[in-house]
Ligand binder design. Structure first.
Ligand code: PSV
Ligand code: MN
Ligand code: MN
Length: 391
């Protein structure tokens, strides 16, 4: 058993932790085979925001919601921001969408057709205007761009086109605004993706300048990739800007964070703690990017927030002084045991205590079920068209 250290610092760090939830996780989503609609799912951006505010109400740790454009397009983004504020949350990252338009069959910003590239780049610029209206700090870019067959297009020209579009978006950023560049190994492109990995994203961010940083989506790697190494490397370089947390068993599964491999999430959060990067003041946006296909959405998102908190609490419990000493002395087994002792600690009582101290219910999921919110939204949202991943 681990000797629990003075928990004052651990609790203080956990109290400050912030996790951003994604508007699209509250909507209906599914696989390419079937979307199973759920009663009570939001019909509008406002209703997605209301659900995000509900997650914050029960967790106290999710005070912002990321939007995806055009899924969350409204006429008046300043008014939407005011609506969110009245519910106790803020608008987080603005996610662009240059992957669901007929024109993007051969790519968006890397398309061989200059007119299509212009249209896609204009969308990125429009997203910055939305950030101006919402007060968002983060422009989050993910490109589905890539090719399916060798010879389909010129790999190097596509990098030039990507760099040009990123430059335009970057130059449009105002003070206090940042560009987060996400990567993904494959899908929908199956032969070559234009930003397939952290190294490509990092290289573009370096070229762009200090306002550009990498977003790590935990589901976007080859099986067996050591994600905590990427975290450590990017932190050392000052280029880690955000996470899209989710779980994967196979590819981009978008399951609840910490569900498939809680040990990996702990190892990632250990590097964050090791890099003194947990505090919101450091600037990392810890987002979720999930789709809840068969499970109830709001409880699944609350569960995900709790899973990230548990991984973080365990990471904070690693006895770093003892670990350094063991590492210095070449005590391999001892060093590993120190890490495993922290991982194997049951931190749920600690987090329950913290919630109680903050005036929250120690069991947010049970509290949600008791609250009547689910019954209320099922009754209130019976008519109209439910939002979906893509609507
Ligand atoms: C792409 O797979 C991705 O991870 C990007 O972040 C998109 O914006 C998001 O999924 C949509 O769920
Ligand atoms: Mn993502
Ligand atoms: Mn993804």
């Amino acid at each position: 058993m681990i000797d629990l250290p003075d928990l004052t610092a651990v609790k203080a760090a956990l109290r400050k932790q912030r996790i951003e939830t994604p508007s699209w996780a509250y909507a209906n989503s599914g696989t390419r085979f079937k979307v199973f609609p759920q009663a009570g799912v939001p019909r509008t951006p406002e209703e997605k925001i209301a659900d995000a505010a509900t997650v914050h109400r029960f967790t106290g740790a999710a005070p912002s919601v990321a939007l995806h454009i055009p899924w969350d397009r409204v006429d008046d983004f300043a008014a939407l921001t005011g609506f969110a504020k009245d519910l106790g949350i803020g608008i987080g990252a603005i996610n662009t969408n240059v992957f669901q338009d007929e024109d993007y069959k051969l790519g968006s910003v890397t398309n061989p057709d200059a007119a299509v590239r212009r249209k896609a780049t204009d969308h990125l610029l429009e997203a910055v205007s939305i950030m101006d209206a919402t007060g968002s700090r983060d422009l989050k870019l993910w490109f589905s761009d890539g090719i399916n067959y060798p010879g389909q297009d010129d790999l190097r020209d596509r990098q030039d086109r990507m760099a040009a579009a990123l430059r335009e978006a970057y130059d449009r950023l105002g003070d206090g605004q940042r560009l987060l560049l996400e990567y993904k190994l494959f899908e929908p492109a199956f032969y070559a993706t234009d930003i397939p990995d952290w190294g490509t994203s990092y290289a573009h961010c370096l070229e762009l300048g200090e306002k550009a940083t990498v977003c790590i989506d935990t589901g976007h790697h080859a099986p067996g990739t050591n994600i905590e190494f990427i975290v450590a490397f990017l932190l050392r370089a000052g280029k880690l800007g955000a996470f899209d947390f989710n779980s994967r068993f196979y590819a981009d599964d978008d399951l609840m964070a910490g569900a498939a491999d809680p040990f990996q999430l702990f190892r990632i959060m250990y590097e964050i703690v090791r890099g003194d990067a947990l505090d919101p003041a450091y600037g990392i946006n810890f987002m979720l990017d999930q789709c809840h296909n068969i499970e109830a959405k709001i409880p699944a998102i609350i569960r995900s927030v709790m899973n990230v908190q548990e991984a973080t609490a365990k990471a904070l419990l690693v006895d770093r002084d003892a670990l350094r000493a063991a590492q210095r002395d070449g005590e391999v087994l001892e060093a590993n045991a120190i890490v495993m002792d922290a991982y194997n600690t049951d931190v749920r009582p600690l987090l329950a205590e913290l919630r109680t101290e903050a005036g929250l219910d120690p069991d947010p999921i049970a509290a949600y079920h008791r609250s009547g919110y689910q019954e209320k939204i099922v009754a209130e949202r019976a008519d109209g068209t439910q939002a979906g991943w893509g609507a």
